[in-house]
Design a protein around this ligand. Structure first.
Ligand code: PLP
Length: 371
């Protein structure tokens, strides 16, 4: 049989939950069978065990499973005291779930700019934007790189900080896990995430027992133990099947993240003096590379070139949310770093099961692009 040329090889995807689930199929099916045998489907032993395991993993006092990452953010905001008409300070480069969650909580988003090195919230811009209406700060640990969370918590002062960890399961900042710094932190288990369910799932972690108790009310119509509503909640439950699967995948999360870091190092070594500039990493950070993001001015031309080479890049995210009608702030705002970043980012393939040959193919494809 002759050698396959790159155009005959299967395309390399930007993310690939199928590769991970295929390798764990027998374990996943056993977890599903256990749930069926237990005959408990909602808020049963698997959710309780996963909540304990995840809180231990993060180093937080508690964790509360919910239906998805967007609702995790909305419920976290509600649980730390955000309500109708309050202002939440956040970033505009992390997609629609962020303003959607703020609106679900009844609040209004106000956007602050990002810093240019890794596109997370600029603590100085945050300090300048805080005002009397600000009831929370929603910070996103984007692409798996923690924001400067200690500076952000310090700048926020008495205003509670909610961490969006949907892209940062297991990342560390100065040795502590992202998601253990703020008043509450929200996680998504969307299938492509570093810890992915086989469907939707989410969780809020917190060190504050009152916030945890409120979250357990809010995720089921605001019910207390006797099913009397004591707050305006809704239905946002993690189910037993997803919790059982997440529990088994959690055991491999640190190893999967280490593999992502090895792939990132391989990319960095291979992409020196190429047409793209990989985002920087802070010495204080141990990132988990949910995405491997590079910047380039001629983005569309690069993506077309990569596609022709069998490499499917992505864009996270092309349109900053402050420019979209449903998510516009009350007062128009200029966010030069955010706008520049959204026009230039490209995500290269990144998932733990990528082989060294595939990483080399991606590097060769990028290096073959004439800027
Ligand atoms: C940064 C960020 N926040 C929130 C979410 C929302 O998570 P979900 O899709 O589980 O609602 C996502 C995932 O799409 C995300 O990437």
């Amino acid at each position: 049989m002759g050698c396959l040329v790159s155009s005959e090889l299967p395309p390399i995807l930007v993310g690939n939950p199928g590769a991970q689930n295929a390798g764990r199929k027998a374990e996943i099916l056993a977890a599903v069978a256990r749930v069926l045998d237990q005959n408990r489907y909602i808020n049963g032993p698997e959710v309780a065990a996963f909540e304990r395991d995840f809180a231990t993993f993060l180093g937080t006092a508690d964790a509360v499973g919910v239906a998805n990452g967007t609702e995790a953010l909305a419920l976290a905001l509600r649980a730390v005291g955000v309500g109708a008409g309050d202002e939440v300070l956040t970033v505009a480069n992390a997609g629609a779930p962020i303003p959607a969650a703020i609106r679900m909580a009844g609040a209004v988003p106000r956007y602050v700019d990002t810093e240019p090195r890794h596109h997370t919230m600029d603590p100085t811009a945050l300090a300048a934007a805080l005002g009397p209406r600000t009831k929370a700060v929603l910070v996103v640990h984007l692409y798996g790189h923690p924001a400067a969370i200690d500076a952000i918590v310090a700048a926020a002062g008495r205003v509670p900080v909610v961490e969006d960890c949907a892209q940062a399961h297991g990342a560390r900042w100065r040795g502590r896990r992202a998601g253990s710094f703020g008043a509450a932190s929200a996680f998504s288990f969307y299938p492509t995430k570093n810890l992915g369910a086989v469907g939707d799932g989410g969780l809020v972690a917190t060190n504050d027992p009152q916030v945890a108790a409120m979250l357990r009310n809010l995720r089921e119509y605001g019910w207390d133990a006797e099913r009397r509503s004591i707050a305006r909640g809704w239905n946002s439950r993690l189910d037993e099947m997803q919790a059982a699967i997440l529990r088994l995948k959690l055991r491999d999360l640190d190893a999967d993240n280490a593999r992502r870091r090895a792939i990132a190092a391989h990319y960095r070594a291979g992409l020196g003096n190429s047409a793209v500039r990989p985002l920087d990493s802070e010495p204080a950070a141990e990132p988990v590379h949910h995405l491997f993001v590079v910047e380039i001015a001629r983005r569309d031309a690069l993506l077309a070139h990569l596609k022709a080479q069998g490499v499917l890049g992505g864009i996270h995210y092309a349109f900053p949310v402050h420019t979209m009608e449903p998510w516009r702030p009350e007062v128009p705002v200029a966010l030069p770093n955010t706008e520049r970043a959204c026009a230039r980012v490209v995500s290269l393939p990144m998932y733990p099961e990528l082989t060294a040959d595939e990483v080399d193919r991606v590097i060769a494809a990028v290096r073959g692009f004439a800027p």
